[in-house]
Design a protein around this ligand. Structure first.
Ligand code: HEC
Ligand code: HEC
Length: 360
């Protein structure tokens, strides 16, 4: 500021003019500082280090094994479907389908959320029915519409390949019988804890870089906080940490919110939880269309408009919607670079693939 003042004095500008210019400069910086301060009250940056997982130390051996299991198609009964089928790590950690397709080409009831940053969610699934990633990982393996296998079949499969036995033994040292369904889930959980996306432009703004966001993106961030989106979408994942009715003010159409999926009601069986879902985590949202648990909305601007009317009872104009969507696109972080694992070859005792007949 002193240099600016001196420079303007040298130009012979009046004292009044100097005062005007310096306060204008200060106001510009003050705006960014105030915006950052407000944002830091709502949100947290994605850490660049792998977070600790409760009751499951994240070791190198476990992560490597978990990565193999994430790509392992033979934990599905068809030997065709892996976690990566529906949570494609080259495509934002999801399948970009309305609702997922699993065993026997069956269409599941809900859209697949991304596994990226899932470790930061309060609980897993749209309705939060799995407490953590370990509990979550056991679900799809057994779900008839997903991988259609059983814990026994998985353990038999893994034990049939000496390399897996060796890797489980190293990942779970001191355990007598380390190749278990539970340890499969623990290894996958450890791998998933590494699937974090730090250094988004938004995080760089939170950490002090004013120039990293455009004026439109800053306007979108301000609107996201001022119009009330951030009251449900906050914390490290900009969502994923609380449950709310979908349609607080106005229920969206039955294509987007069909009557038969009552969300969290199926978990808690209390009437208050009718059509209650977890606020969607919005990190990397531009990579994970289509949107909502039904996956009926492909366009981010449209999703923002629906949220404004259904959750806040506000009709946002096109300019505000565009600004909020522009802000949401700054939430894309650095995706983990995954080296595709080489999986052990099947042996004589590896169960053969089951024919893919729906519900079999
Ligand atoms: C056939 C597709 C399919 C397969 C295979 C599949 N998933 Fe999913 N996954 C989904 C769907 C759909 C959901 C959401 C279901 C719901 O909320 O009811 C989901 C939810 C999740 C979530 C919760 C994310 C969140 O934000 O709540 C995680 C984590 C996850 N899956 C990991 C895995 C792992 C690990 C595997 C392999 C063991 C796997 N999935 C296999 C489709 C699949
Ligand atoms: C009262 C809480 C609440 C408010 C306020 C709210 N949301 Fe949501 N948001 C949710 C819930 C719950 C979901 C999950 C809906 C579902 O079941 O599909 C969601 C989902 C979303 C999704 C889709 C996520 C995905 O992965 O498909 C976007 C995008 C979104 N919200 C943006 C916004 C924006 C922008 C605003 C402000 C205009 C906003 N939300 C206001 C609770 C809220």
């Amino acid at each position: 500021m002193n240099t600016a003042r001196t420079f303007i004095r040298l130009l012979g500008a009046s004292a009044l003019c100097v005062g005007f210019i310096t306060s204008a400069l200060a106001a510009g910086q003050g705006d960014d500082a105030a915006l950052r301060k407000a944002a830091n009250d709502y949100f947290e940056v994605v850490p660049s280090a792998v977070p600790a997982v409760k009751g499951n130390p994240v070791t190198h051996e476990k992560v490597e094994l978990g990565k193999m299991l994430f790509f392992e198609t033979r934990i599905s009964s068809s030997a065709l479907i892996s976690c990566n089928t529906c949570h494609n790590l080259g495509m934002g950690g999801d399948d970009n389908l309305e609702t997922s397709i699993g065993h026997g080409w069956q269409k599941g009831p809900r859209n697949a959320p991304t596994v990226l940053n899932a470790v930061f969610n309060i609980a897993q699934f749209w309705d939060g029915r799995a407490a953590d990633l370990k509990a979550q990982a056991k679900g799809p393996v057994q779900a008839g519409v997903e991988m259609a296998s059983t814990p026994d079949r998985v353990v038999t499969t893994l034990k049939s390949m000496p390399e897996y036995v060796d890797r489980f033994t190293k990942a779970f040292p001191g355990e007598k019988d380390p190749v278990t369904f539970d340890n499969m889930a623990k290894a996958i959980e450890a791998f998933e804890a590494t699937l974090i996306t730090p250094a988004s432009r938004f995080d760089q703004f939170l950490e002090g870089n004013d120039a990293i966001l455009t004026a439109q993106e800053k306007e979108g961030l301000a609107l996201f906080m001022d119009s009330g989106c951030a009251s449900c979408h906050n914390g490290v994942n900009v969502g994923g940490n609380g449950y709310y009715p979908f349609g607080v003010v106005e229920k969206p159409g039955s294509d987007i919110l069909p009557a038969n999926d009552k969300g969290r009601f199926a978990v808690t069986h209390t009437a208050d939880d009718d059509y209650v879902f977890r606020a969607g985590p919005l990190r990397n949202i531009e990579l994970t269309a289509p949107y909502f648990h039904t996956g009926k909305v492909w366009n981010l601007e449209q999703a923002v408009g629906i949220m404004a009317t259904s959750q806040l009872g506000t009709e946002l104009d096109d300019k505000s919607i565009a600004a909020i969507a522009a802000f949401l696109r700054t939430l894309t972080g650095e995706e983990p670079q995954i080296v595709y694992p080489i999986l052990p070859v099947s042996t004589e005792s590896t169960p053969r693939p089951k024919e893919m007949i729906a519900n079999k």
